[in-house]
Ligand binder design. Structure first.
Ligand code: QUE
Length: 351
């Protein structure tokens, strides 16, 4: 029996194509996939026959649901090196995509969360489809919005990044376009045509050729549901502390605000506090510094309680009833938050 590769690589014309190929696991990223992607992107960068790179997900459910955090969870319990290597190499890959000299196009139809956002947001173009469902949901698993979230989330309009990362809100295609998370909307039925047209294009013209194809196939994503809440998001998520944000949401009196507060009540208090601090610090750092900061945070989370409990509750036992520790925001003191940003000495992420 031959095993299916977890990532497929092919080249059509000057277009190099990556297909994430773990459809039963929503194409969640394994360390093996991260390594294969890194190696191939490095070689395509030097390959004159490659004019642009496109990434997509196999199957009909997901672009990429995130990192294979279940495997990281097992390693954390059994003391494996994956808790260090996975984040180290994933963030390095995010940086490679950010710095990539050739056009990098992600077809982000269907589920695109966490690590999937990291594979797409740092590239040149994100093309949403009919069933795009994009989120940074890590506060639900005792983690924080990594893969450069500390860089791109505070750079979204207003307080959208704070809202997205604290609540884990799910964005549809029109919302992604509204916030600039997606650069284009192309109807899903036309995604294969995007690939065919890019494969047939003269990509030596660089970005102009790619933009011509994408704008010709672009459609109207419809009305963004969150558009109506933009001003509420900016007003109610403006607070400098998680407590102040929840207080504002509770004081508002509207249904939407109450729903947001109810969601925050289910998230890890520690995750929410470190996330707000991550975005605050990240707003003034470049991507390299953000990824180094996030690596410190990831390692602190491996040593803490909530990541273990979050994965247990959401992905292992699936009872969706995490018992966070500390259980309340007031118990998450400054020292605990600060511990997530402490230097790692010999173990720092280095480029
Ligand atoms: C929050 C998350 C993730 C999540 C669920 C959350 C995440 C992630 C996965 C996931 C989904 C399917 C898989 C898998 C992992 O779920 O980051 O291995 O098969 O990767 O509520 O952040």
């Amino acid at each position: 029996m031959t095993e299916e590769p977890e990532v497929l690589f092919e080249q059509r014309g000057a277009l190099a194509i990556i297909t994430l190929n773990r459809p039963k696991a929503l194409n969640a990223l394994t360390l093996g996939m991260v390594r294969a992607l890194q190696e191939r992107l490095d070689s395509w960068a030097e390959d004159a026959s490659v004019g642009a790179v496109l990434i997509q997900g196999a199957g009909d459910k997901a672009f990429c649901a995130g990192g294979d955090v279940r495997a990281v969870w097992y390693a954390a319990r059994e003391g494996g090196s994956l808790t260090r290597e996975f984040f180290y190499e994933e963030y390095t890959l995010n940086r490679t995509i950010h710095r990539y000299a050739k056009p990098f196009i992600a077809l982000i139809d269907k589920v695109c969360m966490g690590g999937g956002v990291g594979l797409s947001i740092h590239g040149s173009y994100r093309v949403a489809g009919d069933r795009t469902l994009l989120a940074m949901p890590e506060t639900a698993i005792g983690l924080f919005p990594d893969v450069g979230g500390g860089w791109f989330l505070p750079r979204l309009p207003g307080r959208a990044g704070v809202w997205m990362s604290l609540t884990g809100a799910r964005l549809a295609a029109a919302d992604c376009v509204e916030l600039g998370v997606a650069t284009h909307y192309v109807p899903s039925a036309q995604h294969e045509a995007v690939i065919e047209r890019l494969a047939a294009a003269d990509l030596s013209a660089g970005k102009a050729a790619v933009e011509r194809v994408l704008s010709e196939l672009s459609g109207d994503p419809g009305t963004s549901e969150i558009k109506a809440y933009r001003s509420d998001i900016d007003r109610l998520f403006a607070g400098g502390t998680v407590e102040a944000i929840i207080e504002a949401l509770r004081a508002d009196g509207g249904d939407w605000a109450r729903q947001q507060a109810d969601i925050l009540d289910t998230r890890s208090p520690t995750s929410m506090k470190i996330t707000l601090e991550q975005l605050r610090r990240g707003s003034e750092l470049d991507l390299d510094a953000v990824l180094q900061m996030e690596y410190r945070m990831s390692q602190a989370c491996m040593e803490g309680h909530d990541f273990h409990e979050g994965i247990r509750a959401v992905l292992v036992d699936k009872d969706h009833k995490p018992q966070w520790k500390p259980a309340t925001l007031e118990e998450v003191d400054e020292a605990l938050v600060e511990r997530h940003f402490a230097p790692l000495g010999e173990r720092e992420l280095r480029f």
